[in-house]
Every structure is written in C-alpha cells, then in structure tokens.
Design a protein around this ligand. Structure first.
Ligand SMILES: NC(=O)c1ccc[n+]([C@@H]2O[C@H](COP(=O)([O-])OP(=O)(O)OC[C@H]3O[C@@H](n4cnc5c(N)ncnc54)[C@H](O)[C@@H]3O)[C@@H](O)[C@H]2O)c1
Ligand SMILES: O[C@H]1[C@H](O)[C@@H](O)[C@H](O)[C@@H](O)[C@H]1O
Length: 341
C-alpha cells in the first residue's frame, strides 16, 4: 500500500441509517477523506444522499462504484447478508474496507472472507466494532492493561435498547446486539470465548409477539473468565450499555452515563441516550478517523476479519443455545498467521 497525501476517496455502500450517517461524518467531521461514490439498491435513496455531496456519484451496484477511478477505499453499511459479496469485490480491486458489523452473518461465509484476505496476503478489512473506540471502553482496557486490578475474573454487561425495530427476531438479540459484547470480551480480556449459554426469562409484556426479550447470555473464555450479558431490546426507557469487570483486586465499570447530574425540585438526575447513534457518536467519529488515517499511512488497524469470524462463530453457538437450551461449545478453525496465529 502506498501513502496518499491527497484526501482519500471513499465509496459508501448502503445509504440507510448507518451509511447516511457515515457519509455525513466523512464530509463534516473526518479529516483526510471525502465521499466520491454512494451505492444503494434503492436508486432514489442513493441519488438523494449523493446529491448532498459535491462530485459524488450514485450507483446501485457496488462493483461499478469500486471500479471508479476516484474510489480509494470502501465503507460497507449494507445489511449483513450483502457484506460477503461487497468484501470479495473490494478484494478484487485491492481496496481497504471499513465493514460495519457483522463481517458476515454466518461463520462459514466469514471464513470465506478470511480465506480470501489471507490469499491477498495482507489485511484489507477493519470491522466496525466501534466500542473499541469509545472513550470509556478505551479507559477500561487501559486500566486492565496496567495490571493494578489483577486478573479479570468476571464481566457483567447490560445492553438495553429502547425498542426493537419492526421485523426483529429472538435470534437478532444475539446476532445484532450481543455481537458487541462478544467483541468487547475478546478485546478487553484477550481471551477466546469457548462456550455460550443463553437463559430466557418469561418475555417482557412490551416485547413484540413471539420475541424472546430479554435474554441472559453467559460466555466462558479460554482464560477462565465468566462473562454475563443482559440483553433487553424493548426496555422502553432508552439506550444503555454498561460493563463492569471484576478482577482479583478491584473492579472497573463504564457506561453509567452521568455526564451531567441536575438537582432540582427535591430530585437529582440526568438523561439517558435514546439510541446508539447518540450514545456512541464519539466512538463512530474516532473509528472512522482511525480507519482513514491508517489507510492513508498504508496500514490496516482495528478489529480484523478474524475477529469478525470468531464473533460469527460465537453468535452461532448462542443461537443454538437459545433454540435448543444448554451450553454450546464454540468451534474455531486455527488462526492464520496473517492474524497473529
Ligand atoms: N456499529 C453499530 O453500532 C451499528 C449500528 C447499526 C447498524 N449497524 C450495521 O450497519 C449495517 C447497516 O445497518 P443500518 O441500520 O444502516 O440498515 P438500514 O436498513 O438503515 O440501511 C441499509 C441500506 O442498505 C441498502 N441495501 C440493501 N442491500 C444492499 C446491497 N446489496 N447493496 C447496497 N445497498 C444495499 C438498503 O436499501 C438500505 O438503504 C448493518 O450491517 C448493521 O448491522 C451497525
Ligand atoms: O444494530 C444495532 C447496533 O449494533 C447497536 O450498537 C446495538 O446496541 C443494537 O442492539 C443493534 O440492534
């Protein structure tokens, strides 16, 4: 890869909630990049997003955008099932990619991506596990790395969304939401997740019919830690993500979100973010800037295709545990040398 002094030309694939927000971010927040193409199977949506950006072309096919001369790099923000085809096309053009989570929805397709990248011989993909770029999670990782708290023994996570979007299923609580705790566990502890157990209380009366919400998910890791995740996507009151790591000599906790506390009329309190775009705005900004900076230096950083594959395998174990009950072991292939294996 060569160093690029000029602004990186980025194609954004998928111009829905995340893609349109990334277009705005690159144009208004990120330095060193500009959006040169957008792609959406919905041609009108692509055109209306492209119209907001000078010199940006609109496409309905990722391949035509990636073939354009002013496209140096790609952000994939289409739905998960479309990621594999877009990633493989990006590899054909040897383009760097920031791929929103999931890398792909199943471990078999994720492994095909890992294998294709391995054949290229160099990393091209950063996966959009943005919590690694959140200021609080970064502090948590830093404090664990000092060793002052001792060895991590347990992690307690709470992941709450105000309401699930239309069309959600019980499996999506694992595949779309708990996927972040899977990545955070592997990243914070440096362990692989070896088994998953999903417990299911009587669903909330506010959950859409047929959806098992909330769920209580347990991970076991190869470093001997136990991790629990409460996932509750129709909690009603807001968007809340919290993590507490219990170590041998102390604990560290993030996500209380008490940026400002008011005292008035005999009460104290603060506000709760309403969605991930609000809660993690700084993390998305830092993630995209880190990707642009690394790409312009000719490097690839952040969560890798291997991380995307490992998380997909944990998701599969979680969905099996949800469906059949009990503890399900996670099966991973050997880690290729490209990813430090
Ligand atoms: N990191 C996070 O916190 C986070 C948050 C939300 C969503 N996501 C991920 O971002 C991705 C997009 O999610 P979203 O909420 O923006 O979805 P969305 O439904 O709002 O937008 C998806 C867009 O992609 C388009 N599309 C569908 N198939 C396509 C294809 N083959 N090629 C090009 N465009 C296609 C759709 O027409 C739509 O405009 C998903 O992978 C999702 O899991 C990540
Ligand atoms: O796709 C979203 C996104 O990944 C959010 O970060 C998560 O909190 C939501 O639960 C999920 O639906």
């Amino acid at each position: 890869m060569t160093q690029r002094p000029e602004a990186l030309g980025v194609a954004v694939i998928g111009t829905g909630k995340m893609g349109a927000d990334h277009v705005r971010r690159i144009q208004e927040v990120t330095s060193g990049a500009r959006v040169t193409a957008v792609v959406d199977v919905d041609a009108e949506r692509a055109k209306s997003v492209a119209a907001r950006v000078d010199g940006c072309t609109a496409h309905t096919d990722p391949a035509s955008a990636m073939a354009a001369a002013d496209v140096d790099a790609v952000i994939i923000a289409s739905p998960g099932p479309a990621h594999e085809a877009a990633l493989l096309t990006a590899f054909e053009h040897d383009l760097p990619v920031l791929c929103e989570k999931p890398l792909t929805p199943e471990s078999a397709s994720a492994l095909r991506v890992v294998e294709a990248e391995r054949k290229l011989g160099h990393r091209r993909v950063q996966v959009g596990f943005m919590r690694r770029y959140d200021a609080e999670y970064m502090k948590l990782k830093a404090v664990l790395e000092t060793g002052q708290l001792g060895r991590p023994l347990m992690v307690h996570n709470r992941h709450r969304n105000a309401a699930s979007p239309p069309g959600w299923t019980s499996e999506m609580l694992i595949n779309d939401s708990v996927t972040h705790e899977m990545d955070v566990t592997r990243w914070l502890l440096g362990h692989e997740i070896t088994a998953v157990t999903v417990l299911a209380p009587t669903p909330s009366g506010n959950a859409p019919d047929g959806i098992q919400d909330p769920q209580f998910v347990l991970f076991e890791t190869d470093g001997g830690a136990i991790v629990d995740v409460e996932i509750f996507v129709n909690c009603g009151f807001g968007y809340q993500v919290q993590a507490e790591v219990v170590c041998e000599r102390g604990t560290a906790r993030v996500g209380d979100g008490h940026a400002m506390v008011t005292n008035a009329a005999g009460r104290w309190g603060g506000t709760i973010a309403q969605d991930f775009v609000e809660r993690f705005v700084d993390a998305y900004d830092r993630e995209v800037q880190a990707w642009v900076d690394a790409t312009r230096r000719g490097e690839v950083v952040g969560p890798s295709a291997w991380d995307g594959y490992a998380v997909a395998a944990v998701c599969e174990a979680g969905v099996r545990s949800l469906r059949d009950g009990g503890r399900v072991a996670v099966e991973l292939v050997d880690r290729p040398a490209l990813y430090g294996g």
